[in-house]
Design a protein around this ligand. Structure first.
Ligand code: ZN
Length: 271
């Protein structure tokens, strides 16, 4: 699942490549991910539109168009964007292909068909838009405490709640908990002031460092999901980079959680 760092890189790569370009053709290969909120027809309305920029809000990539409409992409679990020339091989399960006036294509593929591509007149028409919490980089420590306060459950789950703070998913929540030395299953209501401060600092540093690393590794290959540089997520059984002990792995509710029992003590009882 693309999270804030992945999407920031996609935004950085696409902004100079799309801005000012005209969409000359729209091919909807598989219509299930397409949501036309204009009522005017997705392909018909999008053809001829000019990109005005690329933005990100939470886990949604926004492509404002010069007409005032917005194309919004929520990749959900497995959606990917690909930018390249027509001769470059399409990813499997490519759903939508936009041809650009410079000869490139912007493609959306999704092997789970769970993502959504909206064409909207106003952003508030996008489901869940108004419920989104603040961006991590906009939060002060005091804001962060306030955002977490209403939630009493496991801290990892709280960090992934879009109403609390946006952009953090399963992978980066594990990384933030590890960097903060907080067990992911600790109840939010049990955290000390100091532990919450550590989580705040870890959220800032983990996300910023990941953006810097991804910028180097992904380049223009924005369809690639780079995760092997992470400290614990996806590293079950491998040595913890801090203490050398094995990274623990727990699968629950379809999600994998990785952490270090030595570096992140507590939270042993889980019901
Ligand atoms: Zn450790």
């Amino acid at each position: 699942m693309p999270e804030l760092p992945d999407l920031e890189i996609i935004r950085e790569v696409l902004a100079p490549r799309l801005t000012g370009k005209t969409i000359t053709a729209v091919e909807v290969v598989r219509p299930l991910v397409v949501r036309d909120l204009t009522g005017q027809g997705f392909a018909e309305t999008l053809t001829g539109q000019i990109f005005a920029g690329v933005r990100r809000r939470g886990k949604v990539l926004l492509f404002p168009l010069q007409s005032g409409l917005t194309l919004a992409v929520n990749c959900k679990l497995a959606g990917r964007l690909q930018h390249g020339l027509p001769r470059e091989r399409r990813l499997s399960k490519t759903h939508v292909v936009l041809t650009l006036s410079d000869g490139h294509e912007l493609r959306y593929s999704d092997r789970r068909t769970m993502g959504q591509i909206y064409l909207a007149t106003g952003l508030e028409a996008i489901p869940g838009w108004s419920e989104m919490g603040p961006e991590p980089f906009d939060l002060t420590l005091e804001d962060f405490r306030e955002r977490l306060r209403p939630y009493r459950g496991e801290i990892k789950g709280v960090l992934t709640r879009e109403r609390a703070v946006v952009g953090i998913g399963n992978a980066y929540a594990d990384e933030i908990c590890f960097a903060a030395r907080v067990h992911p299953y600790r109840k939010r209501s049990s955290l000390t002031e100091e532990e919450t401060a550590r989580l705040y600092e870890a959220m800032q540093s983990v996300l910023r460092e990941a953006i810097a690393t991804l910028r180097e590794r992904v380049g223009t290959q924005i369809h690639r999901e780079e995760r092997d540089f992470l400290a614990v997520h996806g590293k079950g059984g491998e040595p913890c980079p801090v203490c050398g002990g094995p990274v623990a792995e727990i699968k629950a509710r379809g999600r994998v959680t990785n952490f270090c029992r030595t570096c992140q003590p507590g939270g042993l009882i889980r019901t």
